[in-house]
Write a protein that binds this ligand. Structure first.
Ligand code: NAD
Length: 251
């Protein structure tokens, strides 16, 4: 029942980490994947890994902005047909900066990528899905969607926000054939924190949660949950956010 049966999935942030693993898992589950990222280079690496030209295509776009999102939707439909699944996965960190440190520009960027972008992609995909009476969203939330000390203020606020987006879309369109769910990874070994020095205060806050942290996940540990939520096996699941953290948040 987790066969995705040739359906077209747009996966954002597919050039790395969880989005790359989701792309591979969706193709393996029978989907056609339109993989989107800021980085052409990273997308090419994902494409080489998956090596399924009939079921996989790449597209470079900044999914925090309306213009590129409209172009992305047009390109996806021209290549593969109607968009049936959207995985709003692209995301950025905020250097763990607390409210008294973060510059407005960094707050704005994190909220744009992690929250406004998923909203805009959802808005672009909904008309077609509603017209067909069928569609699925899988939004990459985080345990920072539930907790206050797993990121800086902008990351935490944006991840609480995408959970709200997920629930609002589920509540509004559930009776018209649309499902919208989230996945909430814990700590996953990816490029998310690469290349940016964390704030000392944010780093200190993070240490408080590490004593109970299970071994870090690989991106492949997270991807099957997204496949499940996108599939008909989850036909009765709507507005949920499945925590994938090996139990970190239950301690
Ligand atoms: P990653 O940095 O390895 O991958 C993120 C990808 O998103 C990158 O390839 C990047 O180029 C792309 N991206 C960033 N901004 C973009 C934009 N504006 N437009 C298009 N692409 C963009 O990180 P990851 O860990 O795989 O993160 C994926 C998602 O998982 C994010 O939403 C992140 O918040 C979430 N998440 C990650 C963890 C973790 O521990 N790694 C935990 C919880 C949630």
């Amino acid at each position: 029942m987790t066969d995705l049966g040739g359906r077209l999935a747009i996966i954002t942030g597919a050039g790395s980490g969880i989005g790359r693993a989701m792309s591979a898992a969706f193709v393996a589950a029978g989907a056609r994947v339109f993989a989107v990222d800021l980085s052409a280079e990273r997308l090419a690496e994902t494409a080489a890994l998956i090596d399924a030209p009939d079921a996989f295509a790449t597209h470079v776009a900044d999914v925090s902005q309306a213009g590129p999102i409209d172009a992305m939707m047009e390109a996806a439909e021209a290549r593969f047909g109607p968009v049936e699944i959207v995985c709003n996965n692209a995301g950025v960190l905020d250097r763990m900066m607390p409210a008294d440190e973060i510059p407005l520009a960094l707050w704005d960027r994190v909220v744009a990528v992690n929250l406004t972008g998923p909203f805009l992609v959802t808005q672009a995909a909904l008309p077609g899905m509603l017209a067909r009476g069928r569609g699925v969203f899988v939004n990459t939330c985080s345990i920072a969607s539930f907790q206050g000390g797993r990121g800086g203020v902008a990351y935490t606020a944006s991840k609480h926000g995408i959970l709200g987006l997920t629930r609002a879309v589920a509540a509004t369109y559930g009776d018209r054939g649309i499902r919208c769910n989230g996945i909430a990874p814990g700590s996953v070994k990816t490029e998310l924190a690469a290349g940016a020095e964390p704030s000392a205060a944010g780093w200190a806050l993070r240490q408080k949660g590490l004593a109970t942290r299970p071994p870090q996940a690989g991106a492949d540990d997270i991807a099957p949950t997204a496949v499940f939520l996108a599939s008909d096996a989850a036909h009765y699941v709507n507005g949920a956010c499945l925590v994938c953290d090996a139990g970190w948040t239950v301690y």
